[in-house]
Ligand binder design. Sequence first.
Ligand code: BG6
Length: 492
Amino acid sequence: MSTPLVPPSVLVIFGASGDLTSRKLMPALAELIDRGFLSPQFTVVGVARTEMSDDDFRGRMAASVEPAPQSWTEATSRFRYITGEYTSTETFGHLAEVLNEIEVSMGGICNRLYYFAAPPSTFPILINSLGQAGLNKPTTAGGFVRVIIEKPYGRDAVSATELDTVVHASFDESQVYRIDHYLGKETVQNLLALRFANAIFEPLWNRQYVDHVEVTVAESIGVGHRGGFYEEAGALRDIVQNHVMQVLALVLMEAPATMDANGIRDEKVKALRSVVNFSEHDLEQRVVRGQYAQGLSEGEKALAYRGEEGVSPHSHTETFLAMRLTVDNWRWAGVPIYVRTGKRLPKRVTEVAMHFRAAPHLAFGQKLSKKLEPNSLIVRIQPDSGISLRFGAKVPGQAFMVRTASMDFDYETQFTEEDLDGYERLLLDALMGDQTLFIRADEVAEAWRIVTPLLHAFSDPEFPLASYAAGTWGPAEADALLQRDTRKWRQP
Ligand code: BG6
């Protein structure tokens, strides 16, 4: 067991009776506790509207991890729960009392991390209430006070800026941790290692050698029971504004001077700033929105999106999005960036494909090298994370035939170290005060700026909505988007 990295602290979860808490946060905490990263006094205070006693909450949290190690059962026995409305001062008075008791029981300093796992509409109320109750600052005993804010951060550029104003009235930016679980994924972070810990890739990572870039975030699942939420979000707010933009920023950014939080975030925001605005007249040529119809998903019959629970039978919400972005800077000018994401695609895969320019001249003759593709470097984020370099190799035999071969690096077989999953890593970082993998206010603003023209366009029911059968790679219009540039999507 390792020495605890995190000093005695309490995690206060707003929205503690919800799905995110039991499905993601508790398993992550159980792992961190079991691996000895958190101090033995670490505890949780759950806050939510659902009526529950401390014991009910403890039982529920204990049961959310299966199989539960002994350390988890012990830890949950210290957990506390507060039933209350987020608008009521009483709730925050009660929270202050509970936190004081915990501070005393810890014998001094009790660091505090608030986690907003409640619906986004409650974020401003929570922030104001914490501020008004004085819970936004350390007590006289000292320690840290931080806040993790879940996505979606705002519904558009204006509401995100308004939320920032509310946040900054009570918390300093150094206390704010805007979470995007994609940044906690090892392979997303490995993009930084690949680019900036090696001398061989970076010289090629630009317009001179890269022909185009593809980012795919495909899911085979549908919206399940989250229809109500998804109707409001769509693929644009659910995946593109956050996960896709974050991955893209890491692909496009310049080398940071230092690998610390601001060093990296400064470069990410600069990269996002270079992404060219969609203009009204080229939007339909550069963007395809789609929605799944019924079909076969992984061999099973799948409902159409409009038939899912909580979804309007006339819904115009997009479950698929493909687009062509351009970037105006020295590194990327003229290199198209194609992005596609969707639910009910044939499989779950997230990857970045860097497609290089073709060799300038093939001396072996076109006929013998028909099966040769230009080089590409595929960074597979999930599942089976790894990296593949696709290159031309001679086919054994008498003729000089060249075909694409692949050199594959697979994370799991190369490294034996235990990794941390997204939420484990990010909770640990927030408790340790490392903001590198959290999103700064200006990054959120840039990401909203990029998607704003699409939000406007999609609010018009006349904007084309293409249909695709569940279990396929999206509508034909998405293929046409690349065909116009004489390219085609990679088949992951
Ligand atoms: C979430 C979205 O942020 O990411 C979900 O709200 C989506 O709709 C999920 O399914 C995908 O995450 P992952 O880690 O499974 O790729």
